[in-house]
Design a protein around this ligand. Structure first.
Ligand SMILES: *Cc1c(COP(=O)(O)O)cnc(C)c1O
Length: 225
């Protein structure tokens, strides 16, 4: 087995084990392999190993990569591209040309831009789990109001909430907040049940707090090229 295949299998085994531990079903979890800093070939190699969800955080890098992948699909179906990074409004149209799922809907100005573009897309509301107002994301106390506004845009399908755990404390604290926010959101929108949480260092913990979309980079891809 290649190193890449071995890392993928190890992460998949750990996802299975964590799901079992927490009484959840591994097949209900979506593994999004974050392929940033890595070339299109790595995406194609992972597709050959059965991965079909990829995450990127910069349009400048993602767009040509998605293009290169689409030109070299061979027998494979096009993968799903998830946009997980902060999205500048002036890049939104470009991102929607290859990605149908935005994990980082984090502010009203971006929502307005997506509304204006009018294209169907899946979105997660990104939460700001810090006290720093300058960080991207919607503060938990503002979630309800923001979600009401998102729900008014008919062509956006609100999947759920997304969060990145702070580095300087136990990620469980933030995952618990994300889970509470998810329950709050489901009162307004019962179908918005998804939780995008968990990265290489903390995905097993995230599974314990209801994560449905795991955004895992280096644990699978190795260090950046
Ligand atoms: C890079 C990135 C990830 C993956 O991080 P790893 O630690 O490499 O698993 C997940 N989510 C976001 C938003 C990222 O930018």
């Amino acid at each position: 087995m290649s190193d890449l295949a071995e890392r993928l299998r190890l992460v998949q085994a750990r996802i299975e084990a964590a799901a079992t531990l927490h009484g959840r079903k591994a097949h209900e979890l979506t593994l999004v392999v974050v392929s940033k800093f890595h070339p299109a070939q790595l995406v194609l190699d992972l597709m050959a190993l059965g991965v079909n969800n990829f995450g990127e955080n910069r349009d400048q890098e993602a767009k040509p990569k998605a293009q290169a992948v689409s030109e070299n699909l061979g027998k494979f179906e096009a993968p799903n591209w998830h946009f997980v990074g902060q999205l500048q409004s002036n890049k939104a149209r470009s991102v929607l040309s290859y990605s149908k799922t935005i994990h980082s809907l984090d502010r009203l100005s971006l929502l307005k831009e997506l509304a204006k573009i009018g294209q169907t897309a899946n979105v997660f509301i990104e939460l700001n789990l810090t006290d720093d107002q300058n960080r991207g994301g919607v503060a938990p106390k503002d979630l309800e109001f923001f979600a009401e506004t998102v729900l008014q845009v008919e062509h956006l399908n609100l999947l759920g909430v997304m969060g990145v755990a702070a580095l300087n404390r136990d990620p469980s604290i933030d995952f618990e907040t994300i889970q509470k926010c998810s329950l709050q959101l489901q009162k307004l929108s019962p179908t918005s049940t998804a939780i995008s949480a968990g990265m290489s260092a903390d995905y097993e913990k995230a599974i314990g707090f209801g994560a449905t979309h795991l955004r895992i980079g280096t644990a699978i891809t190795g260090n950046r090229a």
